[in-house]
Design a protein around this ligand. Structure first.
Ligand code: LMR
Length: 394
């Protein structure tokens, strides 16, 4: 049996992590995987997370199973964080999942179970694992235009034109904020136009929100998700706490399914529970409990928000510095988009050959689609990157 197995294609983000690790050059710079690093290159445990963990160690009396949907307090706290009061709580079913990827996977399975004919529309480009999981599940999917490689902004007309060809019941996967991999985002007027199209054509939004608080602020980054969810009959939302709580390895995610009628919520909840049971049974609890401890305690929440805001402002400062340095070195404004993009990533919009030259000649690692992780930089490495970009002729 095992000898019949075929080699699986490597995930390009994870393959890059391994290449970086094996590179002996001391000057190498990792702008690959989407993990936040501070100026010292460390991915810290956030202060509020440490405090919540200490509290849990002292007060937790059991590690027995919770429920298939996880701790309800976690679901409630996350619904509050992401949706606030955009829709009535009794329309929302929610289940904890192993990370945001777990929520994406469960959402796709839910779609496949209930609408096997539906096509899932993904942005071109999108996080590569979206497409990989859709392929793995054998689901219909197609891409809509998203990134304009000339302006490095959103090709909004192309996006709307492509989505106009979707059929009723199709699902449109949208990034709630901080688009991964491009860093280019819709403004609220454009989001409203997307909502109008969804309603006009009877399309169902699935929102992946993994970077709330990394873009324009915690509230601002939730605005699009709230607008969509409050304006359409049904929404699926896959949320991750990996980045904004820095709990990557704890695998802390949540799938929310918003029904048109509160009367449908119990059956939807039952389906989320059933999916969890079939795939892994009970979801991880530790990260979820840390998150709900923080979100329900005024002091911890305030401290978490302050640290998250520092993180966000630090990334914005790096964006400004990089755009400024590139303007100085290249004598042109063509890299101004780096300061306009939001979140952890920007897509340079260059070729895989150029990306490979940055790696081979300068020890700078970014994903072959030219996505760079802004948080992998610091004030000292920004000029190194800018010089390398200009040197290779991007
Ligand atoms: C990324 O896009 O780099 C992160 O979401 C990590 C991952 O799992 O790919």
């Amino acid at each position: 049996m095992l000898s019949n197995l075929k080699q699986q294609p490597a995930d390009k983000i994870l393959a890059l992590m391994a290449m970086y690790r094996d590179d002996p050059r001391p000057t190498k710079i990792d702008l690959g995987v989407g993990v936040y690093k501070n100026a010292e290159g460390v991915t810290p445990v956030m202060r509020a997370v440490k405090a919540a963990e200490r509290r849990l160690v002292e007060t937790q009396t059991s590690k027995s199973y919770v429920g298939l949907a996880g701790d309800p307090a976690y679901g409630d706290a996350m619904i509050g964080l992401i949706l606030a009061d955009a829709v009535a709580r009794d329309r929302i079913a929610a289940a904890a999942t192993p990370g945001g990827t777990g929520a994406v996977r469960q959402a796709f399975e839910l779609i496949r179970n209930t609408s096997p004919e539906a096509t899932v529309w993904v942005s071109n480009p999108t996080w590569p694992n979206h497409v990989s999981i859709l392929n793995y599940l054998g689901m219909n999917h197609t891409a809509y235009r998203y990134f304009d490689s000339e302006t490095r902004g959103v090709d909004f007309d192309g996006m709307i034109e492509d989505l106009a060809a979707a059929k009723a019941g199709d699902v449109v996967l949208l990034h709630g904020c901080c688009h991964n991999p491009t860093g280019a985002n819709l403004n609220l007027t454009q989001w409203q136009a997307v909502v109008d199209l969804l309603n006009e054509k009877g399309l169902i939004p699935m929102i992946d929100i993994a970077y709330q608080g990394f873009g324009d602020g915690l509230e601002q980054d939730g605005a699009a998700t709230r607008l969509v969810t409050s304006s359409v009959p049904e929404t699926l939302i896959a949320a991750s706490c990996s980045k904004n709580f820095g709990v990557y390895r704890e695998r802390t995610g949540l799938l929310m399914a918003v029904s048109q009628e509160a009367g449908n919520t119990a059956v939807t909840q039952g389906n989320l529970n059933h999916l969890n049971r079939q795939n892994f049974s009970f979801p991880p609890d530790h990260g979820a409990r840390v998150v709900s401890t923080i979100l329900t305690d005024d002091a911890l929440r305030a401290d978490w928000m302050a640290e998250l805001e520092d993180t966000r402002l630090g990334m914005l400062a790096l964006r400004e510095q990089l755009a400024g340095e590139l303007q100085r070195l290249s004598g042109s404004d063509r890299f101004g988009f780096l300061a306009q993009h939001r979140g952890m990533f920007s897509q340079l919009g260059t070729t895989p050959e150029m990306v490979e030259r940055l790696r081979a000649e300068h020890g700078i690692y970014m994903v072959s689609d030219s996505r760079l992780n802004i948080a992998g930089l610091n004030a000292h490495t920004v000029p190194v990157l800018a010089k390398a970009i200009v040197d290779v002729g991007i």
